[in-house]
Design a protein. Structure first.
Length: 101
């Protein structure tokens, strides 16, 4: 997928979401990234999304302040498990993922 254009990636993402093989929700994406399921993590023009992640329960929650940046954590987990991270300039989506399986 490295050579795909932005439009092609958006099309693949739409199909993946329709088949429950992708998401635009960080609370869904982060546990999948930790489990090694994220093939491609797409970053839009987002700021920090604060929250907590319980690795043993594979559960993420949003909080107002003082916790981890969930997007940054999803990036680290995606790269740790061999996925790729791409920046989607001009996209209003904060974060999206295409899953492997």
């Amino acid at each position: 997928m490295l050579n795909r254009s932005t439009e092609e990636l958006k099309e693949v993402l739409g199909t993946a979401i329709a088949r429950d093989m992708g998401s635009r929700d960080i609370l869904d994406i982060l546990p999948q990234a930790a489990a090694g399921r994220v093939a491609t993590l797409m970053l839009g023009n987002s700021g920090v999304i604060r929250g907590t992640f319980d690795r043993s329960a594979r559960s993420a929650q949003l909080v107002d302040e003082g916790q981890s940046d969930l997007v940054n954590l999803a990036v680290r987990e995606t790269l740790r498990t061999g996925g790729q991270v791409v920046r989607e300039h001009g996209d209003s989506t904060q974060v999206a993922a295409i899953y492997r399986f």
